[in-house]
Design a protein around this ligand. Structure first.
Ligand SMILES: Nc1nc2c(c(=O)[nH]1)N(C=O)[C@@H](CNc1ccc(C(=O)N[C@@H](CCC(=O)O)C(=O)O)cc1)CN2
Ligand SMILES: Nc1nc2c(ncn2[C@@H]2O[C@H](COP(=O)(O)OP(=O)(O)OP(=O)(O)O)[C@@H](O)[C@H]2O)c(=O)[nH]1
Ligand SMILES: [Mg+2]
Length: 450
């Protein structure tokens, strides 16, 4: 039997042991499996308590089961769910019993979702949203993923695609009407109007969202600067725990230390690096090399300095904020204020004064980081684009549509060809054309049991 027709099962809940675990079964053998293990087929979509038994009638567990006959199920196939106690031996016994049944095998990662997609329950943007929702760590990630799962981008793309096909029909009609030679311009006017309207709509979606697809990875903020200025102390203060070793010795941090922060719902990875200086110690040299490399790749660099070290020794694309630490030590000049004025002069786009160990100025720094994230990711109220793949295909569609408006005067066939190409891009966005290669890439990254 072809693997696609086999019935699949997997643990759909978290890593055992857990209080309760959920094993999902999808495919034609789901009903027979439930009948064998539970003794009977429960009422559809009603949680039912039952004692599960294996083929030798030995009890497996006291469970709750659910029966979703297809096509009204999450995958569109017959689905059975076993909600059991989440012990490893319980799960092992259940898997053994399931594996013993004919045409039954363990699911590949993302295979339930893939089946839901293949049965028309989800389009590709919705499937991507589902995967993003499972991996969402922060509230803004969750909200963005849920918008995708609810089909907000998919619905727009379907509408755009339909309009492109209408515009093509108008052009084709013009071509037929004019039978030979050029199509009169007035016949092309309605098509052109439609295409221009579409272009404006898609461009608005592309422009309005900042880099919303980057919300999946989060913002990378590197703390860099000379040794002993308090980089690790700042890292610990931001993380609110002792992730990095702090000591009065210059050259304490050698490896790169990372923490994931949730700053007002924005995912932010903060990295603490080795203090940058000339050194003879080969281990520290390697630390400095790594520190420079990571700072160069960051989205934002906090260049930490104290009264002695102010010069910024950093090169990269990302903005650099000068953060003066240990203001508790510099007597008269103390006070945690943000002085943007003279920052540009030193190669920094903003300047802060903090005491990482006492906490002064940290609230201002964090507020500025949140604001930076807000600008970086764009307003999240309507962000429709969740992945780079989606942005790229929308950009391709825009480029084709724009070319179609340019060539429409020169030749209707050329315009029609560009419209086909735009529709093709949107079809790929939705997973309607040349899907096999995309599907393999996308679903491979899913969790098992999803
Ligand atoms: N126990 C359990 N909880 C779960 C899921 C699940 O599969 N099982 N889900 C798994 O993703 C999510 C909920 N999503 C679901 C999506 C569709 C259907 C479903 O049965 N759809 C049918 C019927 C529609 C209806 O009556 O609302 C359909 O689409 O035809 C069920 C759950 C999260 N929680
Ligand atoms: N007074 C004062 N001391 C601080 C402050 N921040 C850090 N320190 C002290 O400065 C010393 C160095 O701090 P670290 O956080 O280890 O400095 P670092 O920049 O990570 O140093 P390296 O890892 O060696 O590059 C420690 O003794 C800290 O307690 C501050 O705001 N005020
Ligand atoms: Mg350090």
């Amino acid at each position: 039997m072809h693997p696609r027709e086999q019935t699949i099962f997997a643990l759909s809940s978290g890593r055992p042991p857990s209080a309760i675990a959920m094993v999902r079964v999808s495919g034609p053998e789901a009903g027979p499996a439930l009948t064998v293990l539970a003794g009977w087929l429960p009422v559809p979509r009603m949680a039912t308590r039952t004692l599960l038994r294996d083929a030798g009638q030995q009890p497996i567990d006291d469970a709750v089961v659910l029966w979703f006959p297809g096509p009204a199920s999450a995958t569109g196939e017959d689905v059975a769910e076993f909600h059991v106690h989440g012990g490893r031996a319980v799960l092992a016994a259940l898997f053994t019993a399931l594996s013993a049944l004919p045409d039954m095998r363990a699911a590949e990662p993302g295979e339930f979702t893939r089946r839901a997609f293949e049965n028309g329950k989800l389009d590709l943007t919705e499937a991507e949203g589902l995967d993003d929702l499972i991996h969402a760590d922060t509230d803004r990630q969750r909200r963005q993923a849920l918008r995708q799962l609810k089909g907000l981008l998919g619905d727009r793309a379907r509408d755009w695609r339909a309009q492109i096909i209408e515009a093509s029909a108008l052009i084709e009609a013009g071509i037929d009407f004019a039978d030979e030679g050029d199509v009169p311009a007035e016949l092309m006017a309605p098509a052109l109007l439609k295409i221009k309207g579409l272009l404006a709509e898609i461009e608005e979606v592309l422009a309005a969202q900042g880099r919303s697809e980057r919300l999946r990875d989060g913002l990378v903020v590197a703390i860099a600067g000379p040794p002993n200025v308090g980089k690790s102390t700042l890292m610990n203060a931001l993380a609110r725990r002792e992730v990095a070793i702090v000591s009065p010795h210059a050259g304490t941090t050698r490896d790169i230390i990372e923490v994931q922060l949730d700053l007002d719902g924005y995912p932010v990875t903060v990295i603490d690096t080795a203090g940058i200086r000339e050194t003879e110690d080969p281990v520290e040299q390697e630390g400095v090399r790594r520190a420079r490399a990571r700072a160069a790749e960051a989205d934002l660099v906090l260049w930490l300095a104290d009264a002695e070290h102010e010069k910024i020794l950093h090169q990269g694309e990302a903005p650099v904020w000068l953060v003066r630490n240990k203001i508790d030590l510099d007597g008269g000049r103390s006070g945690a204020t943000r002085a943007g004025g003279d920052a540009g002069r030193k190669g920094a786009s903003a300047e802060f004064r903090i005491s990482a160990s006492h906490g002064d100025g940290l609230a201002e720094l964090i507020a500025a980081l949140v604001q930076f994230a807000q600008v970086y990711f764009g307003s999240d109220t309507g962000a429709l684009i969740g992945r780079a793949r989606q942005r790229k295909l929308l950009e391709e569609a825009v480029a084709s549509l724009r070319r179609s408006t340019e060539v429409i005067g020169a030749g209707e066939e050329l315009a029609a060809e560009e419209l086909r190409s735009a529709a093709h891009s949107l079809g790929r966005l939705l997973g309607r054309v040349d899907i096999e290669d995309i599907l393999d890439v996308i679903f491979r990254e899913f969790c098992i049991g999803k």
